[in-house]
Design a protein around this ligand. Structure first.
Ligand SMILES: Cc1cc2nc3c(=O)[nH]c(=O)nc-3n(C[C@H](O)[C@H](O)[C@H](O)COP(=O)(O)OP(=O)(O)OC[C@H]3O[C@@H](n4cnc5c(N)ncnc54)[C@H](O)[C@@H]3O)c2cc1C
Length: 392
């Protein structure tokens, strides 16, 4: 039996079969076969989620071979769903295009990243799901459907809207149409400052810079602050180390994060971020002196994506981490209590302990999303045990 495990190695499963696909026809045929045989099927991207979104005992389908830029237009492109984000940077740049923002790493598949609302930092910059303006999906009935914000058929527009943040639950996404911007260059800067001083200066830091974030190292006074801004300067090669790079956006935004860890991240309303951060600091000082992994603070602009943690509200995101060989649950549960008390919503690809009714109470479009999902997959072919556990 094939064995699959995620990036951190914390999650694993033994599906009946692990299939690699290279064409849209293969995707449709596989989806139809799974439905006929009553098997669960889940697509996998780069396996970088800390939540069990992929594991199941049926089929895991890997689209690593369905990758690359399909076609471009002015300020948009269709890309194959299995494309790793790091392979899209240069390919889009050759057409004068770029993603408006990226996350902290670029190893994810594009359809894996949009599945969970993956985001970077920037008070005016929304998550990657919000950049999805069209999708091609192999549905459970074996059809291959293209839907977009411009579809004439309202049913297709609704499918597009629901599946922008899709959690792998609508079908096998084979292609995505992304809203892009003209390619741009960035310069980053980093420095250390006392945490409380950083929190006091935060409004200016956030407003005056395209990207701003900081890492706070528990049991120290120090925050590592990073700002990144557009520049007209040419790329400086070889690129400097993280913190001083000057180059194209896709060269400056992602970082190298080789150390295996687990992570919990909550988005909290932007105006409550500093207060929530102070509460997390107090928790670490009082009850978790052994935790050494940093706490990360970023900003995330409001969007109109149904299951987004930033649906109609500007947020900040606060992430806590722990090494994979150390206990994390008591720490994460204590953090979760604080995050939820500040109106927080968990990142879909990271650890959380909420049940379906708690998640429903945080997402105003929860029922709409499930209704649309159930319409295209009434028998639940694309639901694994985790999704079944939170289903209304
Ligand atoms: C080191 C590290 C750094 C990270 N940094 C960030 C960050 O900066 N910002 C952030 O927001 N998150 C971050 N994450 C979380 C990560 O971006 C998300 O969990 C993302 O969803 C992972 O993408 P993936 O390609 O690995 O997808 P997977 O984890 O493999 O899958 C995620 C979901 O996508 C679905 N899926 C994948 N491909 C398809 C497809 N073709 N069709 C249908 N469904 C599909 C899967 O079924 C699953 O539901 C980080 C994670 C790690 C481990």
């Amino acid at each position: 039996m094939p064995k699959w495990s995620n990036w951190s190695g914390r999650l694993s499963s033994q599906p009946d079969s692990y299939q690699q696909i290279y064409t849209e026809r293969q995707a449709s045929a596989l989806a139809a076969q799974c439905r006929q045989q009553g098997k669960v099927i889940r697509a996998v991207g780069a396996g970088h989620s800390h939540q069990d979104l992929v594991g199941n005992d049926g089929v895991i389908v890997d689209l690593v071979g369905l990758a690359g830029v399909h076609s471009t237009r002015q300020n948009s492109a269709w890309v194959w769903a299995g494309s790793r984000i790091h392979t899209l940077g240069l390919a889009l740049n050759q057409h004068g295009l770029a993603l408006p923002n990226q996350g902290d790493i670029d190893r994810q598949a594009i359809a894996g990243a949009t599945a969970t609302g993956t985001h970077g930092t920037g008070a005016t910059l929304s998550n990657l799901s919000s950049r999805v303006i069209g999708a091609c999906i192999a549905l459970a009935d074996g059809s291959l459907v293209e839907c977009s914000k411009d579809s004439d058929d309202p049913a297709l527009r609704r499918l597009w809207q629901a599946s922008r943040l899709h959690l792998g639950a609508f079908g096998i996404i084979t292609r995505l149409q992304l809203e892009l911007v003209p390619s741009y260059r960035l310069q980053e800067q980093t420095w250390q400052a006392p945490l409380l001083q950083t929190l006091d200066n935060l409004p200016a830091l956030i407003n005056d810079n395209r990207h701003c974030e900081f890492f706070w190292y528990p049991h120290t006074d120090t925050a590592q602050v990073k700002i990144i801004n557009p520049t007209e300067a040419p790329p400086a090669y070889p690129l400097a180390a993280e913190g001083a790079r000057c180059g194209w956006s896709f060269e400056v935004l992602p970082n190298h994060r080789p150390h295996k860890h687990t992570e919990m991240e909550y988005s909290v309303p932007a105006d409550r971020g500093p207060e929530c951060m102070r509460a997390i600091k107090r928790l670490l000082e009082q009850a978790f002196q052994h935790v050494r992994w940093p706490v990360e603070y970023r900003t995330l602009a409001a969007d109109d994506v149904w299951m987004s943690t930033a649906y109609q509200q500007d947020m900040v995101t606060i992430s806590v981490h722990q090494a994979i060989d150390e206990p994390d649950e008591p720490y994460y549960r204590a953090c979760e209590e604080i995050f939820t008390s500040y109106g927080g919503k968990p990142h879909w690809g990271k650890v959380n302990y909420l049940d379906g009714s708690q998640l429903a109470s945080l997402h105003p479009r929860w029922n709409d999303w499930w209704q649309e999902r159930d319409r295209v997959d009434p028998s639940g072919v694309f639901l694994n045990p985790y999704l079944q556990s939170i289903r209304p």
